[in-house]
Design a protein around this ligand. Structure first.
Ligand code: BGC
Length: 812
């Protein structure tokens, strides 16, 4: 991989690396995304043609290990970029078999355009140069375009292009799922629209969603041979054209393919096929679409300006991460009813499901595209009835949001999962991660803090907060022995511990993160209720039948929730954790090298990770990630647990020594919690977060889809962690601990309608507000607070230490 500040490029063709490259070279626009598979690729080869549209799911059932298993998946849609060619009736071009002289692939991060350039020599010694370009339009989300330019360097003759819309695709990217059914599409129609245009319509075979793709393919340059220019071809589920041209040595021939995609879930359409055909007729060619696409990105990037002057590598990766974030979630997404897919729209891992990962993604979006976060929160709100039903079925009250969510908000976690190391299908109780509800609540509150959007709080946010609070209050049962409330049978973010004995999948009790966050949620729900206009409060409490007796119990739960600690004051990840055995980490590292998925290793050995003090990822430490030390201290005091001064650093050290980092989220959280006290270790984790996908740090997971939370989380480490930026108590708070080696951070954020430019270095913080007529906001930096009015700048000098600042007021 080589790159300048705005490109991701690869030299040479490397079959073993192509799956990773193609995931990282995905082009998308928040409505759909297409992996960077070669245009000539066919399923089953090195490349995996994959196109996914946000929210297009389909459910298939099968029998596994004697059980009926149904899984809903984000559906792989017809391969629209398919174009290949042949010379004088020879074999169709295939990079895998051609004699390649040069090969380069480059994703332009500024423009979101993928270019592939190669030269090859064929069996008759002719040399040909070929360039492919493609993009998914950020200007008009239903448009995609591809272009192929062929230069016959030392020959003249006939060149035949083949351009297809190929719906003969299945979901078979992930090896672990290959025993499961994979055919999600059925053919509806394949039509010839005009001499140069075709239409393919397919339908998902369970959810019944029609997807229509139309393509116009035209060539320029070369001469049309006497025998005729284009020939229509097709069959069930595929259609396209062969186009023949006579070419002359040294003269380029260009083929362009303009595509429209519509689905039955789109708004403002009649019927997908009719709209795909209608819009295809209206769209200009590749160059015009490209111009509009680039202009759309040019408008988007300034809002996402995150510049670090002192680290070019970090800068490139941050841009790559922002690009993939925006290709998955863009302003176009705001009009869809979709959530945040953990693995982007870039592959099939986790079947395109929505987890708690938005917890790591929203902080970046809240401060730039708050309308988008609001829309993503609406995805949760529309599924509130389903979450209520889930709570009811579990014998609880309120709303129990699913750990994995797809189309309708039911629990999509698989009940069995395959350990590829042992070949066994084992129970998967990860649905016990009810802490997802706290993540939803936290995101609502953060959004409200960043935007001050009371309307959202009134109509959607407060209702969800109250129902999640109600869930936690009902899940908390009174333990008379302890005279405290306990929450049993859950799983924490550490997915290793499923129960107390080797094959127990009944969950663990009193996960510290879960219990503390449950209290936080209830308190915020009460705050939200208090913040509502009187009539809205009365209406909502009436709708929810929320009476003072119930609220009184909630308050009691917040004061008397049990939180487990080890004898020495370290947070216990869950009740009983201290009685587990210590793992011989060195021995396992020596034996296996990579022990990130210790759970699988141990299960394959006939052992169980349940027996050990070993976590997959940050669990108790999540508390220090989400809550500042002050806030956590206050919360614990409220619960009757004074937080010992060294409890946080000792808890960090304790779990750091016992975590395998089997999730890419772990590096983000560890960088965060170590940032203030262990700068060097924090930087190590920060760099690990930056490398997560670029180098496929987990050895094989990125080709199956990017890790959106790690990508966004790595940006958030700059914008909120090292900068100490918080949106709380109705003000913007800055408490930088900025690593000198990163130079200066320049950020653009939107806070309560102000467009702010922040410059942060080890010595100074400067905040400039764009012009406008908004109300002044309060900005605090360490001990100073000042008002910032539109069109003005605040400067806070940072002496090396906290104390040296006193006496220095902010400078305007
Ligand atoms: C992690 C979860 C995460 C999921 C999706 C899992 O490996 O343990 O915390 O939500 O991946 O990214």
């Amino acid at each position: 991989m080589t790159a300048n500040a705005w490109t991701l490029s690869y030299e040479g063709y490397a079959p073993q690396d192509e799956p990773l490259r193609e995931a990282l070279c995905t082009v998308g626009n928040g409505y759909l995304a297409t992996r960077g598979a070669a245009a000539e690729a066919v399923p089953g080869g090195v490349h995996y043609p994959g196109t996914y549209a946000a929210g297009i799911y389909n459910r298939l059932s099968s029998r596994i290990a004697g059980q009926d298993v149904a899984n809903e998946s984000l559906v792989n849609l017809p391969h629209w970029p398919a174009v290949t060619f042949r010379i004088d009736g020879g074999p169709w071009f295939d990079a895998g078999t051609a004699q390649l002289l040069d090969y380069r692939q480059c994703l332009d991060l500024r423009e979101a355009v993928l270019t592939r350039w190669l030269r090859f020599r064929d069996e008759r010694g002719r040399t040909t140069a070929v360039t492919w370009r493609r993009f998914a339009s950020m200007a008009f989300a239903h448009a995609c375009a591809a272009e192929v330019t062929v230069v016959p360097e030392d020959w003249s003759g006939s060149l035949e292009f083949r351009s297809l819309l190929d719906g003969r695709v299945r979901n078979c990217l992930v090896a672990r799922y290959r025993d499961l059914p994979a055919q999600h599409l059925e053919a509806v129609r394949a039509e010839h629209l005009s001499d140069d245009s075709v239409l393919l319509e397919v339908r998902t075979n369970q959810s019944g969603i029609e997807v229509a793709i139309a393509a116009r393919t035209v060539s320029c340059g070369g001469r049309e041979p006497a025998a005729g220019h284009g020939r229509l071809l097709g069959g069930t589920g595929w259609i396209g054209h062969d186009l023949a041209v006579d070419v002359t040595q040294g003269e380029p021939v260009r083929l362009e393919k303009v595509v429209t995609v519509f689905t039955a879930r789109d708004r403002a359409i009649g019927e997908p096929a009719a709209d795909a055909a209608r819009w295809l007729g209206r769209l200009d060619g590749f160059d015009a679409l490209h111009r509009d696409h680039v202009r759309a990105w040019r408008r988007l990037w300034p809002r996402f300006r995150v510049t670090v002057t002192g680290d070019d590598d970090a800068q490139r990766v941050v841009r790559l991460h922002l690009l993939h974030l925006l290709q998955t979630l863009s302003p176009h997404t705001a009009d869809l009813d979709v959530g945040v897919p953990a693995r982007g729209l870039h592959g099939e891992a986790y079947r395109g499901h929505v987890f708690w990962d938005e917890l790591f993604v929203f902080p970046v979006l809240n401060l730039r595209l708050p309308d988008l976060t609001r829309a993503l929160l609406r995805y949760r709100h529309r599924r509130l009835p389903e979450a209520r039903q889930a709570a009811r079925e579990a014998g609880l009250k309120g709303a129990m949001f699913p750990w994995q969510s797809g189309s309708d908000g039911r629990e999509e976690s698989q009940r069995l999962h395959l350990n590829p190391l042992s070949g066994r299908w084992n129970p998967d109780p990860t649905w016990r991660q009810h802490h997802i509800g706290s993540a939803v609540a936290y995101n609502i509150w953060q959004y409200y803090q960043a935007t001050g959007d009371r309307e959202f709080l009134t109509h959607h946010g407060a209702e969800m907060l109250l129902e999640i609070a109600r869930f936690w209050a009902s899940a908390a049962t009174w333990d008379p022995g302890r005279a405290r409330y306990v929450i049993r049978g859950v799983m924490g973010p550490d997915e290793f511990h499923t129960g107390y004995t080797a094959d127990d999948s009944g969950g663990i009790d009193n996960n510290a993160y879960t219990n503390v966050m449950a209290v936080w949620v209830i308190l915020r729900a009460l705050d939200a209720l208090a913040a509502l206009p009187e009539q809205a409060r009365a209406d909502l409490t009436d709708t929810l039948e929320l009476h003072s007796v119930e609220l009184e119990r909630w308050r009691h739960v917040t004061r008397a929730m049990y939180v487990p600690f080890h004898d020495d004051g370290v947070f216990s990840q869950f009740e009983g954790y201290e009685h587990l055995e210590e793992l011989d980490w060195d021995a396992y590292r020596q034996r296996y090298g990579d022990i990130r998925r210790l759970d699988r290793i141990l299960e394959a050995e006939g052992e169980s990770v349940n027996r050990y003090k070993a976590s997959k990822q940050a669990d108790a430490l999540m508390l220090f990630y989400l809550l500042s030390a002050d806030e956590l201290g206050q919360l614990l005091r409220h619960m009757g647990y004074p937080l010992k001064p060294d409890a946080i650093p000792r808890t960090i050290d304790y779990y750091l020594a016992r975590t395998s980092h089997g999730s890419t989220l772990s590096a983000v959280v560890h960088a965060w919690v170590l940032a203030r006290a262990h700068r060097e270790r924090a930087m190590e984790f920060y760099r690990r977060a930056l490398r997560s996908d670029l180098t496929d740090i987990q050895g094989g997971t990125t080709p199956e889809g990017i890790h959106l939370a790690a990508m966004a989380g790595s940006v958030d480490l700059l914008q909120r962690c090292f900068s100490g930026l918080e949106t709380r108590a109705d003000r913007l708070v800055l408490n930088p601990f900025w690593p000198q080696e990163l130079g200066v951070l320049e950020l653009t954020v939107r806070y309560r309608q102000h467009l702010l430019t922040l410059h942060i270095s080890g010595h100074r913080v400067q905040v400039t507000a764009g012009s406008g007529v908004h109300r002044a906001i309060k900005v605090s930096c360490r001990d100073e607070t000042a008002e910032l009015r539109p069109g003005t700048t605040l400067r806070f000098p940072l002496a090396s230490g906290h104390d040296e600042l006193s006496g220095h007021g902010p400078r305007r």
